[in-house]
Design a binder for this molecule. Sequence first.
Ligand SMILES: [Zn+2]
Length: 406
Amino acid sequence: MTARLLCAAAMLLAAACAAPSLFHSGPTLVHGPVDDMLDRRTQALRTGDETRFLADLDPKQPDLLQRERMLFANLRQFQFSEIRLHQFFPPDIAKPIDLQNGKAVEVGVLLSYRLAGIDTGGTQDGFDYTIVPRNGRPVVTKIDINALGSDSNNVPWELVPLRVARSGNVSVAADDTAGDPAALAGAIGAADQQVRRLWGSRPAAPGTLVFASADPTRTRSWFFAGLAATIETSAFVSRVRAADEHGIISGDVIGGRMILTTGRIPADQIPGTYRHELAHAISAPLSMFKPEPPPWATEGYASWVEDPNNKVRLDYVRNAVKQGTFTGRLPDNATFYELARIHLDYGLGLTVFRFIAGKWGAERASDVYADVLSGKSLDAATTRVLAIDQATFLQQWAAYVRQLPA
Ligand SMILES: [Zn+2]
């Protein structure tokens, strides 16, 4: 079933791009006993009725009961503007599930949700339920949490007990190793407000959700870390894909999740690290998966927000100029994260926004970043925001970089 579900997901992705209207005119979904069961579980989640949430699970499976009890307790600590468990299948192949007493069937199940005050749209979490009809009633005997494969992260609320605390726009969900989530939320809250003020009224994720653990193996397994994790080992942001009510995943980003490994950031670097990651998180809804925004822009802007005068980062640039290895060009997207040049590339990215902010003001630095992040070419961005074309801009930037060592 997992393979089938993945295959269907891939098919939907492809089809959704080619002909989205196909799925809005498909046959009506069949509503059967499995859908009724998922509706009951949805209702239980919405109303906080744990007994009802567990009622359709096999009572002889203590591990299953334990994990679903944990999932319920975790989910109940978040505020959802939408939450619904429902079957996943493309509307055009919807058919009633053949329920025969005692015969196991596997059903793809989606948890579609939108976190209130955090995301700009809906997303989903995928499961693979094994259901055995007993006395005319569907009984869930197994739930596989890896149903959507690599396209869907294992959200930590499926994996470990969490404690959630909120401060301003920041929600922190901490596992049992991360310490007090309220203290963490308080610490991040101030940095969050700084970044929000800088970002102004540009499109943004309304809130920031941070998953925290002191266990680096755990935090790496929670979300897709991306290539930046080679340098951002203590905290990183993973973008979250939009999905509609049919489980069709679009190229849109509805927000970002910050994953924080507590205890690994030196105290004096904590505010800067938060600002860096919050710059990624807050602007995530402007970014796309295709085309991917250039890392010189995403990491450069985040590094500038972190600290425009970061000596370590700027020294990599100064040294490249002194050694004659500065080419006058922006870092290459394909090699940006290569270990031999990653520090220089972060520094060069920083100088792009430092240069704009110094010459035209901080507002214009954010404007150029927002344009490039949302898919505009650098030429279009500099022409719109700075009234100069890309060639002129890069010439001026390269001259600015060359005079840095002085
Ligand atoms: Zn970064």
